[in-house]
Design a protein. Structure first.
Length: 184
């Protein structure tokens, strides 16, 4: 579900040390294989395993204020947004939003509670993740935080993105490598 290589980290959507440690207490072989017990518990919305799998693999989300929504890439109304879990300066829903820029104008500028932040300091190892379907050109989200998902599977085209990491703690925008995929 994640890789912690000491100097570099990789996760599908969100690095959350507390949830990872909570899972490892009961599932010490978690990153070798997913056992049946974890899969069953992760399907129950009231279980810690469900919350952990949802956040690690889909990202941290917060509900939008009453009456606010936006349309996702498939035209479905969404009432919650995935957020910049690593950004303590993101104090409004719009600033905290992590997703396609075309949806940002539909996200309110209302203050968002601080409970969406997960401790991930600029001194932590670089972390790479996907799952957010960003658009535009690849760029760092923080000095040690990079998303590599730029909608390559989208019918509208996107980018297949990689990062050439050479052991640096502070990442560099110039080290993104990508290939554009044309719209279908």
């Amino acid at each position: 579900m994640w890789l912690d290589l000491g100097e570099l980290r990789v996760v599908h959507a969100c690095w959350d040390d507390l949830l990872m440690q909570a899972l490892l207490v009961n599932y010490p072989s978690l990153n070798d294989y997913l056992d049946d017990e974890l899969l069953v518990k992760a399907s129950r919305k009231d279980a810690l395993e469900h919350e952990a799998v949802e956040i690690l693999l889909k990202g941290k989300e917060v509900e939008l204020p009453q009456g606010h929504s936006f349309l996702d890439k498939d035209g479905h109304a969404r009432h919650a947004v995935r957020i910049r879990w690593f950004d303590a300066d993101a104090i409004t829903y719009q600033a905290a939003f992590l997703g396609p820029e075309k949806a940002r104008s539909h996200i309110p500028e209302d203050p968002v509670g601080a409970d969406h932040i997960i401790q991930y300091s600029h001194d932590d190892p670089p972390v790479f993740f996907g799952h957010y379907w960003l658009d535009g050109g690849p760029e760092l989200l923080a000095p040690n935080v990079a998303c590599l998902d730029y909608s390559v599977a989208s019918d509208g085209g996107g980018k297949l993105v990689a990062y050439r990491w050479d052991g640096e703690q502070r990442l560099d925008n110039g080290k993104f490598v990508f290939v554009d995929r044309k719209a279908a």
